[in-house]
Design a protein around this ligand. Structure first.
Ligand code: PHE
Length: 369
């Protein structure tokens, strides 16, 4: 009995192979599969049914033979199918297969952050104005109250353009303030994102080309608390609702007074302390990180234990700048701010070295697309 069955199984294997060789269409292949593996009347199923008549001693041997045939048939069918599909002939194209993964592009981290910032200010009613990268020296410096012998104009810092006496690669996005004020009458509020250039040697925090977002609002009766409220609203949307701002006295020739702005560390700064201050809305400018300080992590990878992160420069537009741009400082006042996008990326996502943002390694950039 057992020999007979084994012979039959071997015969079935051969005729299967013979039939498989002649398969030309997907329908024929499906029919062959059904004939051998079909649940009800498949040849292999029928062999399995015959196992009942086999003695217990012989059962494992015969069972194994049948299983081997089954595995052989399954593998051969799949192999034939793959080979025929790969032949590319139209009747073998399987439209039910899932699509293969297409590599999809995404925004570079710097572009993505720029868009997030734009989105937040658009929601606050700001317009976006883009300016040129090759800028008049007059707008980049003079009209911004940076006089001719100011150190910021030093050849060490500025890229001059050969053959163009009056042009520089803009060293910041602030000349866009000038362009906009020369062309528009208040009230207005804009942000202006874009590239800026300084003759810095590349290191972990410097690059000769970098990105900034400038902000400018001019209207009647604008004072420092408008600046503060705006930056608070922005930072809380962008970094988290528990963020506290700290304004430190600063100096920029085109703002007076000027302030450097820090935010409480969003990683280790005390959320409880920050929220309490934030909700009251009365935290005085320059308030310490008192609430935050109690819980600071001295090894924090974001703030290095200080509790604060320096994020932007700001101030009230200098009356001379307004006047230089044909706006009467007796009638109007305004505020301006500028932040570095690379800095934002490094702070927000813990990017340890600015150069990583320019090396275009997809292992880094792919995490943000
Ligand atoms: N332009 C300044 C810089 O590049 C930043 C700034 C912009 C400061 C607007 C005050 C107001 O550092």
């Amino acid at each position: 009995m057992i020999d007979e069955l084994a012979k039959e199984i071997e015969g079935a294997r051969r005729s299967f192979l013979h039939e498989l060789e002649h398969v030309q269409s997907p329908e024929k292949l499906a029919a062959l599969k059904e004939r051998y593996l079909g649940r009800k009347s498949g040849i292999i199923g029928r062999y399995l049914a015959r196992l009942k008549g086999v003695t217990p001693a012989e059962k494992p041997v015969v069972g194994q033979e049948i299983n081997r045939l089954k595995a052989f048939v399954e593998e051969a069918l799949a192999g034939a199918r793959d080979a025929l599909c790969a032949s590319g002939r139209p009747q073998w194209q399987d439209h039910s297969l899932p699509a293969s993964d297409l590599p999809v592009g995404g925004f570079h981290l710097i572009a993505a952050i720029q868009r997030q910032i734009e989105e937040l200010f658009l929601n606050m009613g700001y317009e976006i104005a883009y300016g040129p990268e090759a800028e008049l020296e007059d707008y980049n410096f003079t009209k911004l109250n940076i006089p001719e012998f100011h150190p910021a104009r030093d050849e060490q810092d500025t890229f001059f353009l050969e053959g163009f006496d009056d042009l520089v690669l803009r060293t910041h996005t602030s000349p866009m303030q000038v362009r906009y004020m020369l062309d528009h009458r208040p009230p207005f509020k804009i942000i202006s994102p874009g590239k800026a250039f300084r003759k810095d040697d590349p290191d972990a925090t410097h690059s000769p080309c970098f990105h900034q977002v400038e902000g400018l609002l001019v209207d009647r009766g604008i004072h420092f608390s408008h600046l503060r409220g705006t930056l608070e609203a922005f930072c809380r949307s962008f970094y988290g609702s528990g963020i506290v701002l700290r304004f430190r006295p600063g100096y920029f020739p085109f703002t007076e007074p000027s302030a450097e702005v820090d935010i409480s560390c969003f990683l280790c700064g005390s959320p409880a302390g920050s929220r309490a201050q934030g909700q009251s809305g009365s935290s005085p400018a320059g308030s310490s990180a008192a609430g935050a300080a109690s819980r600071l992590d001295p090894d924090c990878r974001v703030c290095k234990g200080s509790g604060w992160l320096e994020i932007l420069g700001s101030g009230m537009v200098h009356p001379k700048v307004l006047a230089n741009c044909g706006i009467d400082p007796e009638e109007y006042s305004g505020f301006a701010f500028g932040m570095g996008i690379e800095r934002v990326a490094m702070v927000k996502y813990g990017v340890p070295d600015l150069r990583l943002l320019y090396e275009n390694d997809l292992r880094l950039l792919g995490q943000f697309g």
